[in-house]
Design a protein around this ligand. Structure first.
Ligand SMILES: C[S@@+](CC[C@H](N)C(=O)[O-])C[C@H]1O[C@@H](n2cnc3c(N)ncnc32)[C@H](O)[C@@H]1O
Length: 233
């Protein structure tokens, strides 16, 4: 089995586009949509132009646009396969006039400084080589005073930790293997990736170092997920 750093996000997500939404929900015990709704609730309704990075199949982009008249959302992702599934989903939601999905990398965004009123990103920082440099690049495109918010998996603490370990070491690899070869790779990769990331990165400190102020974090679902948000200084 390859180590976490050897698995590129590009390869990992290529086969997942068409089945991503169904199995992401299943493998997170149905928590995923709830976490995204909390993430989106951090973005003020007054934010008119919002960027969603690592938008994947556009779940967050749709949640951002839904119910906020006049808001436009740009979703960026490096996986054409995930974006293809995202475009179909945006069309089904009848939001093609307000959501634009584009190819792009978080490390080098094709936007001017301060172009957006708000920024969201989901399950991204584990996949980049230099989280601080990427975080600075993400903050760069938010106007001063604008809100940034992210969602990531976390490692539960206390009595929940052994159960989480059991799930990511046994349950997830097994469930992934049953679904498909692509999901088998995800099932094996996810636990070590989450564990190693949180062992080396302090998210709130990273955000401050990248130029965000008033940084807050909320752990969700017994600590299985975390939402961090703050204001572009
Ligand atoms: C787990 S998926 C999350 C998708 C979506 N945000 C969601 O909540 O369902 C992670 C996404 O990050 C994208 N990604 C990973 N590294 C990236 C990078 N450096 N730049 C842009 N997208 C990236 C992958 O292609 C994938 O679509």
């Amino acid at each position: 089995m390859r180590s976490v750093s050897e698995v590129s996000a590009r390869e990992l997500f290529a086969p997942l586009g068409p089945t991503y939404d169904r199995y992401a929900r299943l493998l997170s015990f149905g928590q995923d949509p709830r976490w995204r709704r909390f993430l989106v609730s951090r973005v003020p309704l007054t934010a008119e132009r919002v960027l969603d990075v690592a938008t994947g199949t556009a779940a967050v982009a749709i949640e951002l646009a839904k119910g906020v008249q006049g808001r436009t959302v740009v979703g960026i992702d490096q996986s054409p396969e995930m974006l293809a599934a995202g475009r179909a989903r945006v069309e089904r939601a009848e939001l093609s006039d307000r959501i634009e999905l584009r190819d792009g990398r978080a490390e080098s965004l094709p936007f001017a400084d301060g172009e957006f009123d708000a920024l969201t990103f989901t399950y991204l920082l584990r996949y980049v080589d230099d989280p601080l440099a990427t975080m600075r690049e993400l903050a760069r495109v938010v106007r001063p005073g604008g809100v940034a918010a992210m969602l990531e998996f976390d490692v539960p603490r206390g009595m929940w930790r052994p159960l989480w370990e059991l799930y990511v070491r046994v349950g997830l690899p097994l469930a992934g293997a049953i679904v498909s070869p692509g999901w088998r790779e995800v099932g094996r990769f996810l636990g070590p990736s989450i564990r190693e990331f949180h062992a080396r990165v302090s998210l709130e400190q990273l955000w401050r170092d990248a130029g965000l102020r008033d940084v807050h974090a909320r752990r969700l679902s017994l600590g299985g997920g975390i939402v961090v948000w703050g204001i572009r200084a």
